[in-house]
Design a protein. Structure first.
Length: 155
């Protein structure tokens, strides 16, 4: 019972590194064409070319879950579950909380969530594919935590 939970948690947190790596070297690299509209809002459309990454990232998680189910819920299922749960977290944090694609969770007094927003805003200040910062999602540099705490103390 502990091993499936452990595998799921390790896969989930391992995805933070994968998100950072793919964002920095793939999305801001050879797949910039698909990601650039996320930085340069050139359309009024609700959808972005960048949304293709949702499908690209869903493939490994769902494939592993299916393969794991076919093998009696072996370790592949729990790796896929961790990947899928991270994807759901990414959707909630990035698309809903940060970018407000659905007008939910607008105000927060939580310093961690404010730090997340500040780091992401710093990432979007750079609108080119080069010289970016803050490529991860859940791990936020200390300076943004300190800024968020300072803002909350002043309120």
């Amino acid at each position: 019972m502990f091993l499936p939970f452990f595998i799921t948690i390790v896969a989930y947190f391992g995805m933070e590194f994968m998100a950072w790596f793919t964002h920095k070297y793939i999305m801001h690299g050879f797949m910039w064409f698909w990601h650039s509209d996320h930085h340069n809002k050139s359309s009024e459309s609700w959808f972005e070319r960048n949304d293709v990454f949702f499908i690209i990232y869903a493939i490994p998680g769902s494939s592993l879950m299916i393969l794991g189910m076919l093998n009696g819920f072996d370790f592949k299922f729990f790796i896929g579950l961790g990947i899928t749960l991270y994807g759901f977290t990414y959707f909630l944090v990035h698309d809903i909380f940060i970018h407000q694609r659905f007008k939910l969770f607008r105000d927060t007094k939580n310093s961690y969530l404010l730090a997340l927003r500040k780091a992401h805003k710093a990432h979007h200040k750079i609108i080119s594919k080069h010289d970016g910062t803050c490529f991860g999602m859940l791990v936020v540099p200390k300076k943004y935590h300190l800024e968020a705490k300072y803002i909350l103390q002043r309120q």
